[in-house]
Write a protein that binds this ligand. Structure first.
Ligand code: NI
Length: 173
């Protein structure tokens, strides 16, 4: 099922999300719906608060090549356990901030620990786009958006554009 994606500004995108306890069928269904919603958008990552659920769950697939096998990932309670000192800069976007992009500097690689779709503990070190994506999505679980890394002028300009977009969508344009 395709879920509606919340557009910034929205109080649910600013919340500290709650850890997930037992991985239930309802949570697995939510994760599957989030993956479907992400692929449909299209996007490479999606966090539960973006679909209005303030729980610590993210999904992602950063495989770029069209002929490569997809790698849909479901991460419950993801935690960064190590960050590299060297950084990389990517032009980031966000499904909750459509058509806006800006350079964000982050650690170039991170080790993340999480529970997978079956509730098994996993740990992996991510690099390149995967590292940027997982950090961007984990930020969502802490109420943080990529525009929070920008200067106040740029951030408020983007926020005003999003308010205008939401007004237009509400009017049915
Ligand atoms: Ni995002």
């Amino acid at each position: 099922m395709i879920l509606p994606i919340l557009i910034h500004p929205d109080p649910r995108l600013k919340k500290l999300c709650d850890p997930v306890g037992q991985i239930t069928d309802d949570l697995r269904r939510l994760a599957d719906d989030m993956l479907q919603t992400m692929y449909e958008a299209p996007g490479i990552g999606l966090a539960a608060p973006q679909v209005g659920v303030t729980k610590r769950l993210i999904v992602m697939d950063c495989v770029k090549a069209a002929d490569a096998a997809p790698r849909p990932m479901v991460l419950f309670n993801p935690e960064i356990t190590w960050s590299s000192e060297d950084t990389s800069t990517y032009e980031e976007g966000c499904l909750s901030i459509p058509d806006q992009y800006a350079d964000v500097q982050r650690p170039a690689s991170v080790t993340v620990r999480w529970l997978d779709r079956e509730g098994q503990a996993q740990e992996e070190t991510f690099t390149d786009l995967w590292a940027t994506c997982v950090q961007h999505e984990i930020d969502h679980l802490n109420g943080k958006l990529f525009i929070d890394y920008l200067g106040p002028m740029k951030r408020s300009m983007i926020t005003r554009k999003m308010e205008k977009l939401k007004r237009e969508r509400a009017r049915g344009h």
